[in-house]
Write a protein that binds this ligand. Structure first.
Ligand code: ADP
Ligand code: MG
Length: 404
C-alpha cells in the first residue's frame, strides 16, 4: 500500500475536492432545534490535511456524509452545525451550500480563491451517493483539480464521493491522493497485512464470532498466535465442551468455532478463568470461576486474572500486536478489568519497542476510556474499515488512490 499523499501534489492555485469524515455527534435529533456538534474530534483530525492544502495555496471543496439520513428531507442531518464548528476550528469563513450537487454548488466552486473553503451538503442527501452514480461522481470531479481522500472510516464503502469521484478525477487527468489521516491509517494497518514483524500476536474479543469469522481466519493465516477473550470466547469454550451457564453463546456459530479450533492447532489461546455475575449491571456481585466450573445461573462477562496472566505470558517478546474487541463488558466497571489491564500491558510493550495497533469502534473507545490512546502505536479511527482491511480485503477508497 504505497499510495501518493497530499505531499506529492502542488496545490498552488488549485482546487482540491477533499472527502473528509465529518460524521460527528450532534446535540439533537430535532430538526427544529438549534443543533450543535458535541464532539469535534473528527474535524480536528482532518485539520493537518486541510491546513496543508490551504497553506500551499489551494482552495477546499469538502464533502462528507453525516449520520444515516433516508432522504434530503431528514434536515436534522444537514451540515449547517458542521460548517459553524469548522469556522470556529479553522478561524476561517466557510461557504456552506445546503445542496450536494447543483448549479449553485458548481458556481460556488468556480468562484473559489486560494485559501477559501466550500462545504457541500451531507453526501447521503443525494440518491446518487450510495449508488456510486457516475453522473454525480463526474460532477464532484468537475468541481476541482485534485481529489483527496482523508475519510478512512468510509474507505470500505463504494460511494460516489469515495470511489466514483476518485476515478472520475483520474479520468480527467487529476491526481488522486491520500490525506494525512488516511495515510497514517493505511501505513499502520498495512504493516499488519503486508509484512508483519514477528512474533506477531493478534488479540480478539467483543460480543460475537459471527461478525468476525473472516477476520479470525485471516489473522490465523498471518499471526503467530491469537488470544481470544470477550463474549466470542464463550462460543469457542462451548465448542470445546465447557458449560457456559447463562453466558452469551452463539449456538449457530458452534460448528464454525469447532472448525477454527481444528485448523488453528495450538495457536488459538482461550481464557482459563472468567469473571461471572447473575446480570449485566453495575450492582451485580461478581466472582471469578474457572472455565470448566461455570455456575449454571451465571454469565461470563470478563476474562479472569489467570487468563490475563496467560495472555501476558504469550505477549512477551511480541514485536507486533493487533487488538480488536474488548475482553469483557467494559461499559460496566466491574467487567472492565480484563480490558483495562490488557490495555496497560500493551502500553508497556510499546515502551519496550513493540508495535501495538488497535482496530474496531468499541476497542478504540475502551482504550480511550482507559486513558491509553496516546500510548499505543496506532488506534484506528475507522471501525468497519479497519476490520475489513485486517480481513485482507481491498477497500475501494484505498484501491482508488494513485500508486507512488
Ligand atoms: P469492536 O467495535 O471493537 O469491533 P465489538 O463491537 O465486536 O468490538 O464488541 C464490543 C462489545 O462486546 C461491547 O459492547 C462489549 O460489552 C461486548 N462484550 C464483550 N465481552 C462480552 C461478554 N462476555 N458478554 C457479552 N458482551 C460482551
Ligand atoms: Mg462494535
Amino acid at each position: 500500500m504505497n499510495k501518493k499523499t497530499v505531499t506529492d501534489v502542488d496545490f498552488n492555485g488549485k482546487k482540491a475536492f477533499v472527502r473528509v469524515d465529518f460524521n460527528v455527534p450532534l446535540s439533537s435529533k430535532d430538526p427544529n432545534a438549534t443543533i450543535t456538534v458535541t464532539d469535534d474530534t473528527r474535524i480536528q483530525a482532518a485539520l493537518p490535511t486541510l491546513n496543508y492544502i490551504l497553506d500551499h495555496g489551494g482552495a477546499l471543496i469538502l464533502a462528507s456524509h453525516l449520520g444515516r439520513p433516508k432522504t434530503a428531507d431528514d434536515r436534522q442531518f444537514a451540515m449547517g452545525p458542521v460548517a459553524r464548528k469548522l469556522e470556529e476550528v479553522t478561524g476561517r469563513k466557510v461557504h456552506y451550500i445546503p445542496e450536494v450537487m447543483s448549479d449553485a454548488v458548481k458556481a460556488a466552486a468556480a468562484a473559489l480563491q486560494p485559501g477559501d473553503i466550500l462545504l457541500l451538503e451531507n453526501t447521503r442527501f443525494h440518491p446518487g451517493e450510495k449508488k456510486n452514480d457516475p453522473q454525480l461522481s463526474a460532477d464532484f470531479a468537475s468541481l476541482a483539480d485534485v481529489y483527496v481522500d482523508d475519510a478512512f472510516g468510509s474507505a470500505h464503502r463504494p460511494d460516489a464521493s469515495v470511489d466514483g469521484a476518485a476515478y472520475a478525477m483520474r479520468a480527467k487527468g487529476g491526481p488522486v491522493v491520500a490525506g494525512f489521516l488516511m495515510n497514517s491509517e493505511i501505513s499502520a494497518l498495512g504493516v499488519a497485512v503486508e509484512n508483519p514483524p514477528r512474533p506477531y500476536v493478534a488479540i480478539m474479543g467483543g460480543a460475537k464470532i459471527s461478525d468476525k469469522i473472516k477476520l479470525i481466519e485471516n489473522l490465523l493465516d498471518k499471526a503467530d498466535k491469537i488470544l481470544i477473550g470477550g463474549g466470542m470466547a464463550n462460543t469457542f469454550l462451548k465448542a470445546q465442551g465447557h458449560k457456559l451457564g447463562k453466558s452469551l453463546v452463539e449456538e449457530e456459530a458452534l460448528a464454525e468455532a469447532k472448525r477454527l479450533l481444528e485448523i488453528s492447532g495450538d495457536r488459538l489461546i482461550l481464557p482459563v478463568d472468567v469473571v461471572v455475575a447473575d446480570e449485566v449491571s453495575p450492582e451485580a456481585a461478581s466472582e471469578v470461576e474457572m472455565v470448566w466450573a461455570i455456575s449454571p445461573a451465571k454469565m461470563a462477562l470478563d476474562i479472569g486474572p489467570a487468563s490475563l496472566e496467560r495472555f501476558n505470558a504469550e505477549l512477551q517478546g511480541a514485536q507486533l500486536v493487533v487488538w480488536n474487541g474488548p475482553m469483557g463488558v467494559f461499559e460496566v466497571p466491574q467487567f472492565a478489568n480484563g480490558t483495562n489491564q490488557l490495555a496497560q500491558i500493551l502500553a508497556n510493550m510499546v515502551d519496550h519497542g513493540a508495535k501495538v495497533i488497535i482496530g474496531g469502534g468499541d476497542s478504540a473507545a475502551a482504550v480511550r476510556k482507559a486513558g491509553l490512546t496516546e500510548k499505543m502505536t496506532h488506534v484506528s479511527t475507522g471501525g468497519g474499515a479497519s476490520l475489513e482491511l485486517l480481513e485482507g480485503r481491498q477497500l475501494p477508497g484505498v484501491v482508488a488512490l494513485d500508486e507512488k
